[in-house]
Design a protein around this ligand. Structure first.
Ligand code: UD1
Length: 423
């Protein structure tokens, strides 16, 4: 198994290009299942999660072709010849559950294994199930698989209020409702930019949807959707992660393709911590205001709040800041697995339930550490950039799920980072 070796080497400066969003692409790709006509996605990220979703779609009968150095995904789902999403693929990635709504809407039935993915809490499927049941679906759990069936004449438009604004359940409901009979309304819908991107694509495919980005989304069902071409929105989590590079290591980095409105709550916290973010013609420029980074308190929330997917990375920054900060995780239980690894690097962290208290230290020290999930892994890389000495991060397959060309992007701003085989 590969590992990544990082040697802290001071201020980092230059440009980092931001890829298309993993989480947007993972919702956009299953939208192919809604139509017999081709769907083309441009600005696709080059990640192992995208390969996993491609494999899953192919297993259902879709054709998936990568073009232009894998930046373009050509998807076509003329015939769906298998309506079962198998455990062997689904266990690799929770977002596999996003085939459930579209398959049910188009084919009238779907069998989807309960998902796996990052080990960050229980992550049940109840919100997805009740949302699709509101559209008339009958769903049973048998042998670890959800067996879903639409009424004989198809899903029926309905108003449904979710108990929590789940990102995935919003995506499943909206995709399913595009082909339902009549009007559907989702109340307490998630508002993440990836949902807005999905709706923009569905609209290009002929769907009638209003209200994306607000807590109420209204969908008027149509008989069929057609083909479309859609660019994947920029990855706000990759953006936020690389914005922390000059924050933790010093220097000045331009994030090409970054947009402030994707990371507003995150930028507010950076500002409080003494980090300047400014807009440029091509993206965002980030640097420390006057040397020291100040501790700030953070609470993760659904969008537009501080994203849970940037909590681990922010913790790495707080480990090297001046003062004491409190990081509260409200979206996932068990999402502090990076804390003990950061402590191996000399960080001072106490975890009590869903809150971590981080006292900044003057110097982090390089150490062998282990990646436990996608965002936890990259927090260790960030800490390694600021640490004295060498940090060897093992189990980097987690990183390859969500960060394309990570070493190259960091080398381009002067970081000493390399992949080493077989550690
Ligand atoms: C998506 C993102 C993930 C991000 C998360 C929260 C994708 C592919 N992944 O995941 O990176 O961390 O949003 O911003 O877009 N829950 C239930 N029952 C359900 C569904 C969810 O209890 O049926 C709980 C989960 O256990 C979790 C919370 O709700 O505690 C948030 O989950 P959700 O918003 O659904 O996240 P995902 O769509 O899985």
């Amino acid at each position: 198994m590969d590992a990544i070796l990082v040697t802290g080497n001071g201020p980092l400066s230059g440009k980092i290009p931001i890829a298309g969003a993993k989480n947007a692409a993972l919702a956009l790709m299953p939208a192919t299942l809604l139509s017999e006509e081709p769907l083309t996605l441009t600005n696709a990220p080059r990640l192992s999660d995208i390969k996993t979703m491609s494999d899953l779609l192919r297993s259902l009968g879709s054709e998936v072709t990568s073009l232009n150095d894998d930046l373009v995904l050509a998807l076509s789902s003329q015939n769906l010849d298998n309506l079962t999403a198998d455990y062997d693929i689904v266990r690799k990635m929770r977002a596999s559950n996003l085939v459930l709504g579209p398959m049910l809407a188009r084919a009238g039935q779907a069998v989807v294994s309960l998902p796996g993915g990052c080990a960050i809490g229980a992550r049940p499927m109840d919100i997805h199930i009740t949302a699709l049941e509101a559209l008339g679906a009958k769903i049973d759990l048998k042998d670890g698989y959800l067996h879903a069936r639409a009424p004989a004449k198809g899903l029926i438009g309905a108003r449904h209020e979710m108990r929590f604004a789940s990102v995935g359940a919003t995506e499943n409901f909206v995709m399913a409702a595009t082909l339902a009979n009549g009007t559907s309304q989702l109340v307490n819908a998630a508002r993440e930019p990836e949902i807005v991107d999905l709706v923009e694509c569905l609209r290009k495919m002929g769907a009638q949807i209003e209200g994306e980005g607000s807590p109420v989304i209204t969908i008027q069902g149509v008989d069929r959707l057609h083909g479309a071409t859609h660019p994947v929105v920029s990855d706000r989590i990759e953006l936020g992660t690389y914005m922390l590079v000059p924050a933790i290591a010093g220097g000045e980095v331009e994030l090409v393709g970054g947009r402030m409105n994707l990371v507003t709550a995150f930028c507010e916290k950076l500002d409080e911590a003494g980090i300047d973010v400014s807009e440029t013609a091509n993206g965002l420029r980030v640097k420390r205001r006057n040397g020291a980074v100040k501790s700030v308190d953070v609470k993760t929330e659904v969008f537009p709040g501080f994203p849970t997917d940037l909590q681990a990375q922010m913790m790495a920054l707080m480990c090297a800041a001046q003062g004491v900060s409190s990081l509260e995780e409200t979206i996932f239980e068990n999402r502090f697995m990076h804390a003990p690894e950061l402590m191996r690097m000399g960080a001072n962290i106490e975890v009590h339930g869903g809150t971590a208290r981080v006292s900044g230290v003057e110097n982090l020290k390089g150490a062998p550490v282990m990646a436990t999930d996608l965002r936890a892994s990259v927090s260790l890389i960030l800490a390694g950039l600021a640490a004295k000495g060498e940090t060897l991060v093992s189990r980097v397959y987690h990183l390859d799920r969500g960060y394309e060309k990570l070493e190259q992007k960091l080398q381009a701003v002067g970081a000493k980072i390399e992949r080493v085989a077989g550690k």
